[in-house]
Design a binder for this molecule. Structure first.
Ligand SMILES: [Zn+2]
Length: 303
């Protein structure tokens, strides 16, 4: 069975990849609703920022961006993929990462099992291959609904394997980050994922791959200090908190008051840390445009 269309052409390694995929599929059809079911309950969504009420159907159509104040609320990893991928094109990367509890952290195993069944996710990342306006790409989304998208061994491995699959398939990679940082239940092993994912990003970059990072609220700790900020193009959602340590900790450490808007996406864009701030409703078009430009550049190289 061929899982991929005709994108595999230029790179000589791709031929082997097709065979490899034919033998043992690395992608599987994900359980994704083709579109949002219509909600007739008359239920309303209340904005956490301005308090405005919006019908549930409307706020879902707006991808949880408040039509009154523009506040971008958190969305699940699945909904995030639905917001950018062409309908029906997403194929999930298979993950067979065994659960590990290196510190014998109390109740950790039960917590992870509960979250897996509640969210339907393998771990704190949902990754796969999809098309965005016809451009094929690897996409990985950190799931804030899974222990705040914290990075442990499994998350580090899933991000790394997404880079490796993008490289093998000669595709760009887009990573949506949302994370509270390292996963305390895994101690030092979670911190080691910073080096692992950074090395994967570096290797991917050295081979000429395009990496787009989209920082969403919040992207902090070890994720912001590793792969999230190593992309070729770094985008952010409006109002997203992006930083390493929290503002209070920094203020206490340096003994100074921090400037207004410190660690917000807009402040970081002003200071050159973020390339652009993109509204969620325009994310799909923006990503498609970047993928198109990259494709053009690649074609001109190959000529
Ligand atoms: Zn609002």
């Amino acid at each position: 069975m061929k899982l991929f269309g005709n994108h595999i052409k230029a790179n000589k390694n791709n031929k082997d990849m097709v065979n490899e995929i034919d033998k043992e599929p690395i992608l599987e059809k994900a359980v994704m609703p083709p579109s949002e079911p219509v909600d007739n309950s008359g239920e309303k969504y209340t904005c956490k920022s301005c308090g405005a009420e919006t019908p549930l159907t409307e706020i879902k159509r707006m991808m949880y961006v408040c039509p009154n104040c523009g506040k971008h609320d958190k969305i699940s990893a699945r909904r995030r993929i639905m917001s950018v991928a062409d309908p029906g094109t997403f194929r999930k990367i298979k993950n067979n990462i065994p659960f590990r509890n290196p510190l014998d952290y109390p109740d950790y195993s039960e917590k992870i099992a509960g979250l897996k069944s509640k969210t339907g996710l393998d771990e704190g990342v949902l990754s796969g291959v999809c098309e965005i306006e016809g451009y094929k790409t690897v996409v990985a989304v950190m799931a804030s609904e899974f222990l705040m998208g914290s990075m442990g061994i499994a998350v580090g491995e899933m991000i790394t394997s997404a880079f490796e699959i993008a490289e093998k398939m000669d595709l760009p990679i887009i990573i949506f980050t949302a994370s509270g940082g390292a996963r305390m239940q895994e101690g030092i092993l979670s911190l080691m994922q910073m080096a692992k994912t950074s090395a994967a990003a570096k290797r991917f970059s050295e081979n000429g791959g395009l990496y787009i990072s989209v920082l969403t609220h919040p992207t902090t700790g070890g994720v912001s200090a590793s792969f999230a900020t190593l992309a070729d193009v770094t985008l952010a959602e409006p109002g997203a908190l992006i930083g390493f340590a929290g503002p209070r900790v920094i203020e206490q450490t340096i003994g100074q008051k921090l400037p207004e808007g410190f660690q917000r996406a807009e402040y970081l864009e002003e200071h050159g840390f973020v390339d652009g701030i993109v509204q969620r409703t325009e994310m799909r078009d923006t990503l498609a445009q970047l993928l198109r430009l990259h494709e053009k550049r690649r074609k001109s190289w190959q000529r």
